[in-house]
Design a binder for this molecule. Sequence first.
Ligand code: RAM
Length: 337
Amino acid sequence: MFKRVLFLTFLFFSILALAIDPVKIFMVPKFTGAPYFVATEKGARVAVNELKSLGLVVDFFYTGPSVANTEEQIRIISSLIEQKPDALIVSPNDAEALSSILKKARQNGIKVVTYDADVADPEARDVFVNQATFMSVGETLVELVAEGVGPEARIAIISADPNARNQNAWIDAMKKYIQEKYPKMKILTIKYGYDRPAESLQAAQDIINAYYPNIDAIVAPTSVALPMAAEAVLKAGLKGKIFVTGLATPNDVRRYVKEGVIKKFALWSPKDLGYLALYVANALARNMVFEIDGERFVAGGKLGLYKIQKEVEGSKNVIVLGPPLIFDINNIDQFDF
Ligand code: RAM
């Protein structure tokens, strides 16, 4: 009896200690200086403050390359590992290149959460927090084009890094959905702007020069390339002739929506994405993952309870935030991110 009480007291205090000890969590986006990732940082900070009010202190630090640069991202993560954080939240710029450094982090006892984009090797992270299923994003983009220019649209895509896991998955989903639903739609070319403004603008201009007038739409599923595609179309005097859509924050493209170059585009709440990723990292670091009937769950603060799904679209251990959102001239001013 005495032994049991002793054991339970020990257990109680270890759980308490685990819960109340501060944890160190670092967030490393693909790049820091863009409204999209700044919004994810804001969301993470909201979660940090909420957790603090519950007595769960998180030492939070947001850092990464200022513009997309895979080597720089790897270098930053290596130096962060030396600071022995409890968890890392990372959006890999290049899914292959980031695998080994994130694996090393895990081997050092650090919990790794990928968010926004996944890493190639599933052993290189504990959980991937995906903003929406890849299929829902692919379908949404294709439907926007179908609605804007019809079922036989000829499309050019401007992507981010050729090894960006999120963009590649969305493009694959678009192809699949086009085949099923709009077999006469055509993807003419896929260009890469590396999530850098100048390269993205150049890619858009190259597309216009090579394909106009035999092109109907440019789809840019990256917040860096979408405003650049709109800029190129506007500069070429082709507003209304080439339909432009994709993924970006309202702040990235507000000007172009008001100008009428972009009629509709999509995204999700990057703030909620950062918020949820922080809750997940905190739960992993503190061992606060609940298991019910063989399924694992994490409390996502005001967003509710999330299941760590064993497999989603071929990836292991995934949490999905929710469906994509659509923005246009009528609702854009309700959003400031
Ligand atoms: C850019 C990045 C990011 C992507 C958004 C839509 O900011 O490529 O990974 O999710 O666009």
